[in-house]
Design a protein around this ligand. Structure first.
Ligand SMILES: Nc1ncnc2c1ncn2[C@@H]1O[C@H](COP(=O)(O)OP(=O)(O)O)[C@@H](O)[C@H]1O
Ligand SMILES: [Mg+2]
Length: 253
């Protein structure tokens, strides 16, 4: 069975950025094959990887409401469409959830999605889910046992408190989390003592151990602006080195 990695955190904290760095890490360390799921309705993980998206799961969900080939059941059809919609890259596939269903939801589609995920999951070593602020997609995809939950925070006292709270709402969502970690992102370099203290205090008061502090990075901004893939970032880029060191501690164990 694949290991499931979920990224959570407030909007703009760096979930998608860190998802891209994690895909870079897993593929370079040959911890493959990886299924990367962009679960943000405003899909943008593909941009950081220099990829263009095709059909989204949201679009497929709409399509199976209509006519389908007569020799297929709806769940078979959905599974085939999902397979076709995957963006296949070296070491990883990208799946894009797209828009959630509106009020007129064809709810059987979500059951087919969960069934298809059960079949697909066996093909992968890791499944990584870049979540929107909420984490509803996880249960929709039947991914309820999470091996690693990484909560991303901005480098502020309130941000870090919020991260602690986000890690606590996973129980009501019906998720089982095996391992959690806090990543404080876009930190000033060096990390001011007051911030360091606050991080340590929050970590000891919550069940969210510190997994890493990543610096604010000019390189990430430059690559994002030029549209170059984060997969091409050199290993010596400081934020890449920090991220890989943190991921080694989490995933090499
Ligand atoms: N470590 C970092 N250094 C510099 N900019 C960053 C860093 N992490 C994220 N950003 C920038 O912050 C913005 C929001 O990041 P993003 O990953 O899209 O957040 P989220 O997915 O949580 O909404 C993006 O423009 C991104 O380039
Ligand atoms: Mg995002």
């Amino acid at each position: 069975m694949p290991k499931i990695i979920a990224l959570a955190g407030k909007g703009g904290t760096g979930k998608t950025t860190i998802s891209a760095l994690l895909i870079k890490y897993l593929t370079e360390r040959k911890l493959t094959p990886v299924l990367a799921v962009d679960a943000d309705p405003n899909a943008n993980l593909n941009e950081l990887l220099g990829l263009r998206i095709g059909q989204t799961i949201g679009q497929i969900r709409k399509e199976i409401k209509g006519e389908i080939p007569i020799h297929m059941s709806r769940d078979q059809f959905m599974e085939m469409k999902i397979q076709q919609s995957l963006i296949e890259e070296s070491g990883f596939d990208l799946m894009v959830m797209g828009q959630p269903d509106g009020p007129g939801c064809y709810c059987a589609a979500n059951q087919y999605l969960a069934m298809s995920m059960d079949h697909l999951a066996g093909n992968y070593r890791y499944i990584l889910v870049d979540n929107e602020a909420g984490m509803e997609h996880l249960s929709r995809m039947n991914l309820t046992i999470i091996d690693y939950l990484l909560v991303i925070s901005d480098p502020s006292a309130r941000g870090i408190m919020t991260a602690g709270r986000i890690s606590e709402i996973t129980t009501p969502l019906g998720l089982t989390i095996k391992q959690k970690g806090l990543i404080v992102n876009r930190a000033p370099e060096p990390v001011p003592a007051a911030l360091q203290n606050r991080i340590e205090q929050t970590v000891t008061e919550s069940d969210l151990p510190l997994a890493g502090i990543f610096s604010a990075s000019e390189e990430l901004i430059d690559y994002e602006l030029s549209g170059e893939s984060y997969l091409q970032l050199p290993a010596e880029t400081p934020v890449v080195a920090q991220a890989f060191a943190a991921f080694d501690k989490i995933f090499a164990a």
